[in-house]
Ligand binder design. Structure first.
Ligand SMILES: NC(=O)c1ccc[n+]([C@@H]2O[C@H](COP(=O)([O-])OP(=O)(O)OC[C@H]3O[C@@H](n4cnc5c(N)ncnc54)[C@H](OP(=O)(O)O)[C@@H]3O)[C@@H](O)[C@H]2O)c1
Length: 267
């Protein structure tokens, strides 16, 4: 059996984004990546785009790869076929809300890494947080980190923090798209063309995030630096505070995290 570096069960949006990230970053070549998905069209388009190797069933992926990423929707996890073989892959689950205990039921005695990536993985700007069981060897964990770094940034958390991760980095891309749309609508309201308004809003959001990440300054300090007495920005801040900006953000993360917990308990 050929040994491939990484395999994917499911060839959807996230599998495609991760495979693209590792190939683009030069971590693995297409022929070192195997994939299985019942949808042959998705496999052929990724084969054409990245040179990945489509396989005929999930069992072949588990038998041939050192790392196997489970990239199916949580509700399809029970349809993934696994048969023990001499190969003992490390399992990397990106399924939202599926606990390590549930994954271990299907893959007893294998190292399991549970990851929560997010939607900007598609442009190499994901925020992924992960936890793992005690069977994962340090060198395998280092490989998982390398793969996750090929699509963005990485944080290590404990499993009981995973619902909070889902509420924050897992869900907040949608919150940020809504904030961005609101800012752009404000620009249009005040006379900017729509395309210019989206560009200004998106680059401003990106620039502000980069300021926090690169200067390591507290966001409050950065805000204080741009709010001059009696000026325009403090007037806008006043409007936001009157509408409960921070409470709205905290509630959004709280609701999303509680929903993640609830969905996890239903499984
Ligand atoms: N999208 C995100 O931003 C995001 C963020 C964080 C985590 N996640 C997690 O990532 C996982 C994948 O999400 P996605 O957005 O990439 O989903 P997706 O685009 O729907 O991809 C899942 C793929 O798996 C296929 N599939 C279904 N059952 C299968 C099986 N038994 N064996 C092999 N393949 C099978 C699906 O085929 P059909 O379409 O024919 O069912 C589909 O092509 C989910 O568990 C999700 O919770 C996603």
């Amino acid at each position: 059996m050929p040994q491939r570096k990484i395999g994917f069960i499911g060839a959807g949006m996230m599998a495609g984004a991760i495979a693209q990230g590792v190939v683009k970053k030069g971590l693995y070549q297409g022929e070192e990546i195997a994939m299985y998905d019942p949808n042959k069209d998705k496999l052929s388009s990724l084969k054409q785009e990245l040179g990945i190797v489509p396989l005929d069933c999930a069992e072949e992926v588990f038998a041939q790869c050192q790392l196997v990423v489970i990239a199916v929707k949580p509700q399809h996890f029970n349809t993934v076929n696994y048969k023990e073989s001499v190969n003992k892959p490390t399992i990397v689950s990106i399924m939202a809300g599926v606990t390590i205990a549930v994954i271990e039921e299907k893959f007893p005695n294998l190292g399991i890494v549970r990851v929560m990536p997010n939607n900007p993985a598609q442009v190499g700007e994901a925020m992924s947080a992960y936890c793992h069981n005690e069977l994962v060897q340090p060198e395998q964990l280092a490989k998982v980190e390398e793969v996750l770094k090929a699509i963005g940034e990485v944080a290590v958390v404990s499993e009981n923090q995973m619902d909070a991760v889902c509420g924050l980095s897992g869900s907040a891309p949608a919150f940020m798209y809504a904030v961005l749309e609101g800012l752009a609508d404000g620009g249009v309201l005040m006379g900017l063309p729509r395309d210019v308004a989206y560009k200004l809003a998106a680059q401003t959001m990106k620039g502000a995030a980069e300021m926090v990440l690169k200067t390591h300054k507290h966001p409050g300090e950065l805000k204080d630096m741009v709010t001059s007495p009696g000026g325009t920005t403090i007037k806008g801040m006043y409007a936001l505070e009157k509408m409960g900006l921070r409470a709205a953000m905290m509630s959004a993360v709280e609701e999303a995290a509680l929903q993640s917990k609830k969905l996890g308990e239903l499984k």
